[in-house]
Design a protein around this ligand. Structure first.
Ligand SMILES: [Fe+2]
Ligand SMILES: [Fe+2]
Length: 140
């Protein structure tokens, strides 16, 4: 993380690509937040923004996948559900202010999970739909 958006990450569907760029920027913004407790509210707001953006994005992505007859839609949808659960859990942990889980701990865990999510889901699963989008576009 920390690098600029790369052109090869674009899937060729403007709506999806814009969502991904916004998600990436927001994850970076979150990771760059300090771990002092005074940033807890900002962190919570950012995670909620990311959750909303991701919810709308996953719907959009699944709609495109249906339209281009992507064969692994069900499995991909399961991954989206797990991402949504993970984001809700993070938001709860940030908001709970449980003394057992200091903000620095919660934030560092969230940093790792968000990066893992970005690398794993986006780079491995979302990238798989790229050739299907290209094929669908060439038929239009
Ligand atoms: Fe995506
Ligand atoms: Fe996805």
């Amino acid at each position: 993380m920390g690098a600029a958006w790369r052109a090869e990450w674009n899937l060729g569907q403007p709506g999806i690509d814009e969502d991904h760029r916004n998600q990436y920027a927001l994850v970076q913004k979150f990771i760059n937040l300090p771990t002092d407790d005074i940033w807890r509210d900002d962190a919570g707001q950012m995670l909620k923004q990311l959750r909303d953006l991701t919810g709308a994005h996953c719907e959009r992505e699944e709609k495109v996948m249906r339209a281009i007859r992507y064969p692994n839609l069900a499995e991909h949808q399961d991954q989206h559900k797990r991402l949504a659960t993970m984001l809700e859990e993070m938001i709860n942990q940030v908001e709970q202010e449980n003394p057992l889980f200091p903000f620095a701990y919660v934030k560092e865990r969230a940093d790792r999970l968000l990066q893992f999510w970005f690398l794993e889901h986006f780079a491995k699963s979302d990238m798989l739909i790229k050739p299907y989008i290209a094929r669908a576009m060439s038929r239009m």
